[in-house]
Design a protein around this ligand. Structure first.
Ligand code: IPD
Length: 247
C-alpha cells in the first residue's frame, strides 16, 4: 500500500506545484455557470496526475472532476479533484488544494490532500494514523457545540444552496462561528487535524470528499454520508470530530 501512498503524494505535489506556479497569473477560463468556473488549469493538473498515477499503475482506473480514464469497474480506482477551490483560485484567494484518493473495490484505502500555498500535505492509508507534514493528527476534542467552529458548504446549484441556507441559519446561532471557506477537501483535512470541529454540505461530489473521508475517520472523527438520489456520486455529508450533537 505504501507504493500507492507514495505515488499519490508525488502526484498531489506535482499538481500542486503546477497550480502554485500559475496562481495569480492570467488564466484561461473554459466555462462559467452562475456559481462555478471551469479553468484550463484544472485539466492540466488532472492530466499531470493521470500521467503519474496511471504511469505507475496502468491497470488502474481514474475518476476525476475533469474526466474519467480506464475501466471504472477495475478493483483499483483513483478518485481525483485536481483543483478543489477553483473559484478561490480564480479570484486570487490562496485557499485551494489537490485531493487524491485510491479506492479498492469501492473502499477508500489511501487519501492525500495537498495545499500548495501553505505547503501542507495530509496523508493517510487505511489502518494507519493520518499525518500532516509527517506528524500524526487527531480530530479536535471539543464536545460543546457552543464552542465549535463549523464549516458549511453551499455548493454550486440552486437546489444545494437552498438546502444549505436553512442549515446555516440554524447553525450560526448554535456554534461559536460558522465558516464558508470554498474548498471541501481542505474542510475535511481541517476537521481531521482539529482546526475545524465539523464540516457540513448538502450536495458534494465524491472527488471533493473521498480523500478527506479516510483522513477524518482515521483521525478519530465521524462521517455521515447520504447519497443524493437525483445525481450520481453526490452526497449530503457531515464530517465531524464525533463529539458534537449537530442535528
Ligand atoms: C467546490 C468546493 C466548494 C464546495 C463545492 C465544490 P471545486 O469544489 O469544494 O467548497 O462548496 O460544492 O464543488 O469545484 O472547486 O472543485
Amino acid at each position: 500500500m505504501t507504493n500507492y501512498l507514495e505515488a499519490a503524494k508525488e502526484a498531489a505535489q506535482a499538481a500542486g506545484e503546477l497550480l502554485r506556479a500559475r496562481f495569480e497569473k492570467p488564466l484561461t477560463v473554459n466555462a462559467t455557470t452562475a456559481h462555478d468556473i471551469k479553468l484550463e488549469v484544472d485539466i492540466l493538473a488532472q492530466d499531470l496526475i493521470t500521467k503519474i498515477l496511471l504511469g505507475c499503475f496502468p491497470e488502474h482506473a481514474l475518476y476525476g472532476e475533469e474526466g474519467i480514464v480506464g475501466d471504472q469497474s477495475s478493483d483499483h480506482q483513483w478518485v481525483v479533484d485536481p483543483l478543489d477551490g477553483t473559484v478561490n483560485f480564480f479570484y486570487g484567494i490562496p485557499h485551494f488544494c489537490v485531493s487524491i484518493a485510491l479506492r479498492f473495490r469501492g473502499e477508500v484505502i489511501v487519501g492525500v490532500i495537498y495545499d500548495p500555498i501553505r505547503d501542507e500535505l495530509w496523508s493517510g492509508e487505511k489502518g494507519q494514523p493520518p499525518l500532516l507534514k509527517g506528524r500524526a493528527i487527531r480530530v479536535s476534542p471539543r464536545a460543546n457545540l457552543a464552542e465549535a467552529v463549523v464549516s458549511i458548504g453551499l455548493a454550486k446549484t440552486s437546489a444545494t444552496i437552498d438546502a444549505g441556507l436553512p442549515l446555516l441559519e440554524q447553525m450560526v446561532h448554535r456554534v461559536r462561528k460558522c465558516r464558508m471557506l470554498g474548498s471541501a477537501a481542505l474542510d475535511m483535512a481541517y476537521v481531521a487535524c482539529g482546526r475545524l470541529d465539523a464540516y457540513i454540505e448538502q450536495g458534494i461530489s465524491l472527488w471533493d470528499i473521498a480523500a478527506g473521508s479516510l483522513l477524518v475517520e482515521a483521525a478519530g472523527g465521524r462521517l455521515e454520508m447520504e447519497a443524493l438520489t437525483d445525481v450520481p456520486d453526490k452526497f449530503r455529508i457531515i464530517a465531524s470530530n464525533g463529539r458534537l450533537e449537530l442535528r
